[in-house]
Design a protein around this ligand. Structure first.
Ligand code: OOG
Ligand code: NI
Length: 461
């Protein structure tokens, strides 16, 4: 067996994303309806704006659009998280970013496993938002110890999945047959199991500590709780959801609607009430559990640290202006706050608020001397070079908290006093998380270098 017979991690990721999508469509029929709706909205958006298709094509986003998804899972122990890191590595997915959700009253911290380089992202940007339960945030000692003991006993990976991960690590890859088997085995970890592993009483006790704790602790594994397609027009998709009687979240998370979309806007439909069986002596008790939901998202420009600081400040303004979080006439407050955020690509780029990908136009390729004669901005103005938004591939902590909250069922609003603890998270993960800004900056830098003019730099941020 040598490297040439290995399937690329990109191919394994694509197979896995397809398998996951099929499984989720079978498990959650509403997901199928959402997929149809999003593909109709996307077709309409492309038809209405011919330049959109060309722009998406140049930034590699068009071909991947139909396959583009993110999922989310929640795990209970450091060992589970560390093994997931190895499992995702088989598919070319690395942990990027640290998200602390305790401040928003959700007792987890998280990262996103995703492909990192431009070619892998263009191929298939499948990402999984992965949260680790912070057991130390359960106040009652007896309950905390019980939860820890339950989690210690479970094994969320099949023996064969573990063997194939090791095989990948030792051989440096998997051949086609091994990869096919790996995808099937890995899928088992993310499958929904309607039999709880604990009694109804234990479930209730954990549920009242926090609904999310029950979701993580009481089942055989970290069931995938949503799989999100990418839409080109989330407002239209939100309207279409409502028109079909889908119970969409009241507010779209993230920035307001703009001419130049930035970062990430998301909306979701309420979690399903699903039947659960509890082992109780001879007879199984029946109950219900809310864990799984639907979500759609629109992705836009990746912001630089400067742009992100402005985003965070304006979002904070909108959220504080009304006293509470995302309620009342929040959309109007949000739009008003974001009047202070430039909304044309030229200004966003020149002010160093976002990352752009540069490419020679046909005219630029035909006349390299003309390209090199002036500055980068001159070449763009002369139509020799294009600058297209680098797409944001990550998540937003305030949005994620809103998504968690709206899908936990109850309307509990609490905040944990605990500090973010990135060191503990990375220790559990067994590796540092990568810095998203460095990744976007590298994509921008590489595109600049490929223009072949020495000395050109992206606007400072
Ligand atoms: C994850 C929620 C976060 C997003 O898109 O921000 C998320 C979860 O509920 O487990 O998926
Ligand atoms: Ni999500």
């Amino acid at each position: 067996m040598n490297a040439s017979t290995h399937l690329s991690p990109d191919e394994i990721r694509s197979l896995f994303a397809q398998a996951m999508s099929r499984m989720y469509r079978d498990e959650v029929p509403l997901y199928g309806a959402l997929m149809e709706l999003v593909s109709e909205v996307n077709a309409a958006a492309l038809a209405a704006d011919p330049s959109l298709a060309a722009r998406l094509q140049r930034s590699d986003a068009l071909d991947r659009l139909d396959a583009e998804r993110h999922g989310a899972i929640r795990v209970g122990t450091p060992r589970e998280l560390a093994t997931l890191r190895r499992l995702f590595a088989v598919m070319g997915m690395a942990p990027v970013g640290y998200y602390d959700l305790a401040v928003a009253g959700v007792p987890v911290h998280a990262t996103a496993f995703r492909p990192v380089d431009a070619a892998a992202l263009a191929r298939n940007p499948f990402r999984v938002f992965t949260s680790l339960l912070r057991l130390e945030l359960i106040e009652e000692a007896a309950l905390r110890e019980k939860a820890a003991a339950i989690l210690e006993r479970r094994e969320i990976f099949t023996p064969r999945a573990l063997e194939l991960i090791e095989r990948f690590e030792q051989a440096g890859g998997l051949d086609a047959e091994e990869a096919r088997e790996f995808v099937g085995e890995a899928l088992e970890t993310f499958r929904w199991h309607s039999e709880a592993t604990v009694s109804h009483d234990t479930y209730q006790a954990l549920l009242s500590a926090h609904r999310l704790i029950a979701d993580v602790v009481c089942f055989r594994g970290p069931h995938i709780n949503h799989l999100t397609p990418r839409t080109l027009d989330i407002d239209a998709a939100q309207d279409a959801m409502r028109a079909r009687g889908i119970d969409a979240k009241a507010v779209i998370e993230g920035p307001p609607r703009r001419r130049c979309p930035i970062l990430l806007r998301q909306t979701s439909f309420k979690a399903l009430q699903e039947p659960v069986l509890f082992p109780a002596g001879e007879r199984a008790d029946a109950g219900t559990h809310t864990a799984r939901f639907g979500e759609i998202e629109q992705r836009g420009l990746a912001l630089t640290p400067k742009g992100r600081a402005l985003y965070d400040r304006l979002l904070g303004q909108a959220r504080e202006a009304g006293g509470a979080g995302s309620t009342g006439d929040y959309p109007a407050r949000l739009a008003a706050a974001f009047a202070g955020f430039p909304d044309d690509d030229d200004t966003l780029r020149r002010e160093g608020l976002g990352y752009y990908r540069y490419a020679l136009t046909e005219a630029g390729r035909a006349d390299p001397d003309a390209v090199a004669r002036g500055s980068l901005d001159d070449a763009i103005d002369a139509g020799l070079v294009t600058a297209d938004p680098v797409i944001y591939e990550d998540f937003l902590p305030v949005s994620a908290a809103g998504i968690f909250q709206s899908n936990l069922g109850g309307d509990e609003q609490r905040a944990y006093a605990a500090q973010a603890n990135r060191d503990a998270f990375e220790q559990a993960l067994g590796a540092p998380v990568q810095d998203q800004f460095a990744i976007y900056a590298a994509i921008e830098q590489d595109s600049l270098r490929a223009l072949g003019v020495s000395g050109w730099a992206a606007p400072a941020c």
